[in-house]
Design a protein around this ligand. Structure first.
Ligand SMILES: Cc1cc2nc3c(=O)[nH]c(=O)nc-3n(C[C@H](O)[C@H](O)[C@H](O)COP(=O)(O)OP(=O)(O)OC[C@H]3O[C@@H](n4cnc5c(N)ncnc54)[C@H](O)[C@@H]3O)c2cc1C
Length: 569
């Protein structure tokens, strides 16, 4: 019988709430569900909220009775915030989180590289925002519990799975015994050690790195800005790397690499932690300052992915699907994009508007994203923790050259997590004018945000269904007829007219669902639009699937068919 701990987890700054377990005996016969999600971590909860936005109810099974132990993922990217805005938790993160955009790399006491993440007036969110994972999960829990379409079951652990032709049967263990659940689809969001992966005998592909890091969260009052700090080969930890990040509430993350051969048990001994953290504080000029330990753990980088995120009726997202190095903030940030990419497709399939084969494009896009990240992250991981003598020689040469030669300094820049562009997606329209545009978001790209007013941005108005952005022209009658036909079939498709000046509501109502002002032409410029009548078609996850210099009814219809089937028309 599954007995999750009922003791609140220990923390010096976060009060863990222990939720009541969901017990089958109190709830009668279980009907067959459209979607069951195993795992109520950040990615599983985001998937549940996204599904609800597409009108799909789900059962969300969470093994534990409380949110994540320790801060774990602490850096959330702009694209993650745009996704979390869609599911309604971005405001709470913004209120509590610490935004930043600079990173500093130090070698032998000298700053050798300063990373500056681009940020302009058109972005609602900062490139990065720091917040402990427990808070993010708490906000997602609140949103899930407030949503009538989400049945969040604490203390429910998936222990068995049998897949059939059109459905799966999931065995769930609870503090009062087991029960079975039938579901059309099972979403496996059960994290890095995914039991569902094991039940299905699926193997991750890729590499695991030897280098180990201690991850420690300490409370200390340091008068330093929120910027990432990286120290290469510091005197107290020769040949190794140390990272520091500020978190809200005077908590600092200190990650330091361990000398070769040291075991996690040795590394986590209190005396060792004390000495090393004191040495790091000394290095940054704050030696002797009082601090308290909140949480610590040992981590080693892995670059692994399943080769396919669908197995029968089971779909993988988040750490259950891939394990990515935390350098470059890739763990949770990549998972949000999985959740968003899967949910709209399941939404269309569950409402009978798309064939199951649409899911092939989910796996194609997201496995492609994971492989690209693995490629990039592999480079940064090899720089941080050289896996062989050759890599170490090369890394050390860069380090010493960087003291005098500016040209090598950009090699310090490990690329941080970024939204993947699905440029090769099977959903990108085969017959549009993508190639004719000289700029703007291309096939498969996420949208470019644009400020429309003091607290009004283009992306605030997009998503949740297909969006057709039409620039500065009225919709021809035959285009309107195509839009109407798809809407009548039940597809969520909105027309947004991007105009030079705001229309009166009555005029807008005649031709489009919404008119957005573009008085100074910012939207046109950022979206590479040069002529009236140009248009973009965005998928429900806001990625571009078609764009035209001149929109016509036939090509719009073909693009919608392709985006909802994965088959080129
Ligand atoms: C020590 C540590 C430090 C990290 N630091 C960082 C960092 O600095 N930056 C970063 O970006 N990422 C970091 N990560 C990674 C980040 O935490 C994960 O990428 C992120 O949590 C993935 O979210 P997820 O929802 O896919 O999985 P998880 O957060 O692991 O959630 C999985 C959920 O499924 C539940 N579950 C498991 N098995 C079952 C089951 N059989 N039935 C039902 N429920 C189940 C678990 O209880 C859990 O709540 C760190 C991870 C660890 C472990």
């Amino acid at each position: 019988m599954h007995q999750p701990t009922t003791e609140p987890r220990r923390s010096i700054y976060y009060d863990y709430k222990v939720h009541q377990p969901w017990l089958a005996a109190h709830h009668g016969t279980q009907p067959r569900h459209q979607v069951v999600i195993a795992g109520g971590g950040p990615v599983g909860m985001t998937a549940a909220l996204e599904l609800a936005r597409h009108g799909v109810p789900c059962v969300l099974l969470e093994s534990e009775l409380q949110v994540s132990e320790g801060s774990r993922a602490i850096v959330f990217t702009r694209r993650s915030m745009e996704i979390l805005q869609q599911v309604g938790v971005a405001d709470r993160i913004t209120q509590q989180g610490l935004p930043w955009r600079f990173g500093n790399s130090f070698y032998r006491g000298q700053r050798v590289f300063r990373m500056e993440a681009p940020h302009d007036d058109n972005d609602r969110f900062w490139p990065m925002i720091n917040l402990q994972q427990q808070y993010l999960e708490e906000f997602l829990v609140d949103a899930c519990q407030a949503n009538a379409l989400i049945d969040l079951r604490w203390g429910n652990r998936v222990t068995g799975l049998v897949q059939h032709e059109g459905h799966a049967v999931v065995e769930v263990d609870t503090p009062e015994g087991t029960y079975s659940l039938e579901t059309d689809w099972l979403v496996a969001a059960d994290g890095a050690r995914s039991g569902i992966r094991t039940l299905l005998d699926l193997k991750l592909e890729g590499a695991s790195y030897e280098g180990k890091f201690v991850i420690a969260d300490i409370r200390i009052d340091l008068p330093l800005p929120t910027e990432r700090l990286a120290f290469f080969d510091p005197q107290w930890n020769p040949r190794n790397t140390v990272l520091m990040h500020r978190e809200p509430l005077n908590i600092w993350r200190v990650d330091y690499q361990l000398p070769e051969g040291e075991t996690p048990e040795q590394a986590l001994e209190p005396a060792s932690l004390q000495a090393r953290i004191n040495a790091q504080l000394e290095l940054i000029g704050h030696g002797g300052k009082a601090w308290e330990m909140d949480w610590c753990s040992v981590y080693s980088a892995r670059t692994l992915t399943l080769p396919d995120y669908r197995d029968g009726r089971t779909l993988f997202i988040g750490d259950a699907a891939h394990l990515l190095p935390i350098f470059g903030v890739r763990g949770a940030n990549t998972g949000f994009q999985d959740a968003q990419g899967l949910a709209w497709r399941l939404g269309l399939i569950c409402s009978g508007q798309a064939p199951e084969s649409l899911l092939a494009s989910y796996s194609q896009e997201r496995v492609g994203a994971a492989r690209e990240i693995i490629d990039e992250a592999g480079k940064s991981t090899r720089f941080m923790t050289p896996p062989s003598r050759g890599f170490r020689l090369l890394r050390d040469a860069v380090l010493s050259l960087s003291l005098t030669e500016a040209f090598v300094r950009p090699l310090y820049h490990w690329r941080t997590s970024r939204p993947h562009e699905y440029s090769q997606s099977a959903l990108n329209s085969a017959g549009d004018d993508n190639a004719l545009f000289k700029s703007g978001p291309a096939h498969g790209a996420p949208p470019a945000n644009v400020r429309l007013g003091a607290d009004d941005f283009l992306l605030d108005h997009l998503g949740g269904g297909f969006d057709l952005l039409v620039f500065g022209a009225t919709l021809p009658a035959d285009v309107q007829a195509v839009v109407k036909a798809w809407q009548t079939q039940g597809l969520k498709l909105r027309v947004l007219l991007i105009e030079g000046e705001r229309n009166s509501p009555s005029r807008a109502g005649e031709r489009s669902d919404m008119c957005l002002p573009d008085t100074d032409g910012r939207v046109r410029t950022r979206w590479g639009v040069t002529t009236d009548g140009a248009a973009y078609l965005l998928r429900p996850d806001q990625h571009v699937c078609a764009r035209w210099m001149t929109l016509d009814a036939h090509r719009l219809n073909a693009a919608l068919k392709q985006a909802t089937s994965g088959v080129a028309q």
